[in-house]
Write a protein that binds this ligand. Structure first.
Ligand code: SAM
Length: 275
């Protein structure tokens, strides 16, 4: 059965969704049998899938915590935000700085339904249905206009989303759009599948493309070129588990000193600042 959401889009439990499979890999409950089947194929054929998902989520949480505690930025736009999970962006930001405002953006109708119920827990958070590839619609959405003051620095979050934007859809142009909208002192968090030029990368890309028709592993240089015009902060674009692992603020943390597996190296993260 296909369920309709209040904005007229539909949830199809017979087709896997990126958001729901990711939720399953993180141990969430907002997924259907079809998502769990695909998630189990990922776990079998890509034994690092769970590590990739957790390493990614942990780096995002550390970055939001750092922005909230070490900068004056109090507004966040989370693009391709995913289903609500253990520690969402507004919870991390508002824990440190209760006045923080967060706009969550996702195309998946299930994110809207669950997000509205769980993420909009106060008047400083909103969930909007929009496509990251049409940034102007996000920028001009009434909720964005209401919550985000573009005369003040903003944290723009591209967590595990730009690798779902194909080259011909101009991911660099999407980042550039936001760069033009926000003032100096704004932050950009990016996490992205990073090519290790190895069999694991090829296999992971093959499985994701077959399942979703998306999932583009880019080299470190390609990821950095998406951030042109921004100052990439230390330690650079590095495996997500190694991105400032000492700041521990999350149940997902798993980085630290240990040797990373080849799989964990397939997801990179970094924080950049508009000069
Ligand atoms: N950002 C979260 C994180 O890092 O934990 C979730 C990442 S999840 C792998 C990718 C999310 O991007 C999914 O929720 C999916 O629905 C969403 N997504 C995929 N393509 C999108 C698009 N074109 N516009 C907006 N959201 C999209």
């Amino acid at each position: 059965m296909i369920a309709m959401t209040d904005d007229g889009s539909s949830i199809d439990p017979t087709k896997p969704s990126i958001a729901r499979v990711y939720d399953y890999l993180l141990g969430g409950k907002d997924n259907y049998a079809v998502d769990r089947q695909i998630g189990d194929v990922f776990k079998r054929d890509l034994p690092g899938s769970v590590a990739i998902a957790f390493a990614n989520r942990a780096a995002l949480i550390r970055a939001v915590g750092e922005i909230a505690t070490t900068t004056d930025v109090r507004q966040f736009i989370d693009l391709g935000s995913g289903l609500p999970t253990a520690d969402n962006v507004h919870q991390v930001a508002q824990r440190h700085a209760p006045e923080s405002r967060v706009v969550y953006v996702d195309t998946d109708p299930q994110v809207l339904v669950h997000g509205r119920a769980l993420l909009e827990e106060n008047d400083r958070t909103r969930v909007i249905a929009a496509d990251v590839r049409t940034p102007e619609a996000i920028r001009n959405h009434p909720d964005t206009r209401e919550l985000i003051d573009f005369d003040r620095p903003v944290a723009v979050i591209f967590s595990a989303i730009l690798h779902h934007v194909n080259d011909e859809e101009d991911p660099a142009g999407i980042v550039r759009y936001w760069l033009d909208q926000v003032p100096s002192g704004s932050y950009f968090f990016v996490s992205h599948f990073r090519s290790g030029d190895n069999a694991e990368t090829a296999e992971a890309e093959r499985v994701l493309q077959k399942t979703f028709g998306r999932g583009r592993w880019r080299t470190g240089a390609e990821i950095e070129s998406l951030l042109e015009g921004l100052e990439i902060l230390a330690p650079g674009i590095v495996p997500a588990s190694l991105w400032r692992p000492e700041v521990s603020d999350t149940p997902f943390n798993g980085g630290g000193e240990r040797e990373l597996t080849v799989w964990e190296r397939l997801i990179a993260a970094g924080l950049a600042r508009k000069p």
